[in-house]
Design a protein around this ligand. Sequence first.
Ligand SMILES: N[C@@H](CCC(=O)N[C@@H](CS)C(=O)NCC(=O)O)C(=O)O
Length: 220
Amino acid sequence: MSEQTFPILYSFRRCPYAMRARMALTLNQVSVEIRELILKNKPAEMLLASPKGTVPVLIINNEQVIEESLEVMDYAVTHGTNSILKAPTNEELALICENDNVFKGNLDKYKYFDRFPQQTQQTQQDYRTHGEVFLQQLEQRLTTQDFLFGNNQSYGDIAIFPFVRQFAHVDKAWFDGADYPHLKQWLDNFLQSSAFLNVMKKIPCWQIGDAPTYFPLSEE
Ligand SMILES: N[C@@H](CCC(=O)N[C@@H](CS)C(=O)NCC(=O)O)C(=O)O
């Protein structure tokens, strides 16, 4: 009998793209072997399979390489033993697209303000204000429903909340005082969920020869 081979997930704990992938794998119960890394020291094995060098990367049966976080989420949707997350609607995809292509840009400039060469007169607060356009849109949606696309969590919530978390953490005192009551409750709900606590458990960095670490981690 051949041994079961688990897909291999290269991941970095604090990366919001890797977080959305780990959340989807957890919620839909897809077991993988996880290989934690730090971005400054990516394993040669990962770069060989995915030269673009971003996480997450999911490798299935040593041949299929998935190197986009949304495609890892799609894999979880189609291969899970649970179907909590379903394929996204066009409305979900449109908001995710805005998250990934507009909000994330402002988030990076707000979070890593010192690292960006300043060609314009924009201040760090200006980038926060640009990012708030997206937060306001989310707050608006959450005023009439518990989640972004209705009263149940969906693919879209999972794809977006790790980025809102990162935005909130740039200046936690500011976020705590900001007027986004529904957004804060929505975010807290994810941050306190057992899935997220599991997803954020620390794992030692993987090295060749290590015994496999299976993910989701067993609850202990
Ligand atoms: N479009 C990619 C983006 C992934 C991405 O940019 N991940 C970051 C970490 S959060 C990364 O790996 N950056 C490479 C690096 O910093 O070396 C996806 O959705 O998976």
